[in-house]
Design a protein around this ligand. Structure first.
Ligand code: FRU
Length: 494
């Protein structure tokens, strides 16, 4: 094993010297891999007053997920990120075809990393098995897998049995897991979320099925998360296999939530809502949350979608994370997402401030910017984000008669739309970053996260009759650097 690992590190270093990351689409202030492929956020945690984020990582290629490792980065403010060495390699019998997604808890100065070990058996049925494993870090960088792994074999739940999210309540540890099961009645495969409990983090007992698909919620639930928020409980997960329905569920896979009550004595979750999509853009998946030291429930998502062929693949890197967002729950059980207030740390110079007439054009710097708009709620609004290539135009509209907001990034399947009416003024915040746009309508009632690929300078234009009462536009600093040296160069400097 050790020799293999050394060879691998050597291979990595030589690869990284040769690796050339083209940064035309590389985010200026969103976390992306130094090079190679990134998917799900993992192990979101705080250690010694710094945030740590691990992620599904293929250091060998940006063209495919490959065999997952855990990449690693840390940040003091969730804005400036520093790349750290790869935390976990697929080097044990139970994770040899993937150190899959999982989560972290920190106790007694130790990080406990719970994850899924994936093992493929090509040509066999089933062709893979998934085990839950535990690894520990005592310094926030080096990680040691338990000799007694796997900690859960899950024989009765194979083969799709993954993505442990762990938390502690009272003196008990809880783990929610994504799973598929065969439903006899419909003779089909359906998704569900399982709950396990433990007293010592190593020995786990199956406790309950938190919730399951009735046929309308897909065949597999990935990356489940379960937490208390504003007096209720939220089951947040990423189901695969939900059919599109009108403006809903337009992406290949979804991310959304069910709100309900939970009884820690019986381990029974009683839903009080249907499944609700969390974001309305094209690229938002596999969320993970943390309760941070300020008691904020912060969510971060993979700012991509499976099977999309993003142009950045050819640039030596693929995938990024969304801006972390603080969650809260409305009285009628809807999640609100607000960008973390630290996001303002990335603001650069002010590019525009004041009343803005229809036709106003603001050119962003380095293809990145933050836009804040306040407009009357009884007038339509149309904002264009333009660059030199026609295919990378994004049109954002608010239609006050229909009570609807739309993001159109052009091309095939360019439109995403949802119903929304502002309570008071029409408020919109948009973050643009080299190959992405995130929209926050109102106080975060509705968000859209989509990738787009502008070549040349990016301009913002208020079109048609879109006078706005106030508009503020900021440039953005670079807080994440393109790294050609496998973690030896760190994030941007302040
Ligand atoms: C979600 C997911 C997880 C799995 C990981 C593998 O995007 O499919 O269910 O653990 O990605 O990289």
């Amino acid at each position: 094993m050790m020799a293999a690992k050394r060879f691998f590190i050597f291979f990595l270093l030589s690869y990284s010297v040769a690796a050339s990351v083209n940064d035309r689409y590389y985010p200026r202030y969103h976390l992306a891999p130094p090079f190679g492929w990134m998917n799900d956020p993992n192990g979101f945690s705080e250690y010694n007053n710094e945030y740590h984020l691990f992620y599904q990582y293929n250091p060998n290629s940006s063209l495919e997920p490959g065999i997952a490792h855990w990449g690693h980065a840390k940040s003091k403010d969730l804005v400036y990120w520093e790349h750290l060495p790869i935390a976990m390699y697929p080097d044990e019998w139970y994770d040899r075809t993937g150190v899959f997604s999982g989560s972290a808890i920190v106790e007694d100065d130790k990080m406990y990393l719970f994850y899924t070990g994936n093992v493929n058996f090509p040509g066999q049925t089933p062709d893979h098995q998934q085990y839950q494993a535990l690894a520990i870090s005592t310094d926030g960088v080096n990680v040691r897998k338990l000799a007694s792994n796997p900690i859960i074999n899950g024989t009765e739940f194979q083969p799709d049995f993954r993505d442990p999210k762990v938390w502690k309540h009272g003196s008990t540890y809880y783990m929610v897991l994504g799973n598929s099961f065969h439903d006899e009645d419909s003779n089909s495969t359906l998704g569900r979320a399982l709950l396990y409990t433990s007293k010592d983090k190593e020995n786990w007992t199956f406790a309950s099925i938190l919730d399951e698909s009735d046929g309308s919620l897909g065949y597999m639930w990935e990356c489940p998360d379960f937490f208390e928020l504003d007096g209720r409980f939220v089951l947040l997960f990423s189901p695969q296999g939900i059919a599109p329905s009108g403006d809903k569920y337009r992406n290949l896979y979804q991310t959304g939530y069910i709100v309900g009550d939970f009884d820690y004595r019986t381990n029974i979750f009683t839903p009080k809502t249907d499944f609700i999509e969390l974001d309305h853009g094209h690229d938002y998946y596999a969320t993970q949350t943390i309760l941070d030291r300020f008691k904020r429930r912060i969510v971060i998502a993979w700012f991509d979608m499976w099977e999309q062929k993003y142009p950045e693949e050819r640039d030596g890197w693929t995938g990024q994370m969304t801006i972390p967002r603080v969650l809260s729950l409305t009285r009628d059980n809807r999640l609100i997402q607000k960008p973390i207030k630290e996001a303002s740390v990335a603001r650069g110079s002010s590019l525009f401030s004041g009343k803005a007439r229809a036709g106003t054009v603001v050119t962003l710097e380095d293809k990145a910017g933050e836009i804040n708009i306040r407009a009357p709620k009884n007038k339509n609004l149309e904002i264009l984000i333009e660059s030199s290539n026609e295919t990378s135009k994004v049109i954002v509209t608010y239609d006050y008669k229909k009570g609807q907001v739309t993001l159109d990034r052009g091309g095939k399947d360019g439109i995403r739309r949802t119903k929304w009416r502002p309570n008071g003024k029409l408020k919109l915040r948009a973050y643009i970053d080299a190959s992405s746009i995130e929209l926050f309508f109102g106080d975060g009632e509705v968000t859209f996260s989509s990738r787009f690929f502008p070549d040349g300078p990016v301009k913002l234009r208020l079109s048609g009759k879109s006078d706005v009462e106030s508009m503020k536009v900021y440039g953005m600093k670079r807080t994440v650097s393109v790294d050609h040296s496998n973690g030896e160069e760190n994030g941007g400097s302040k």
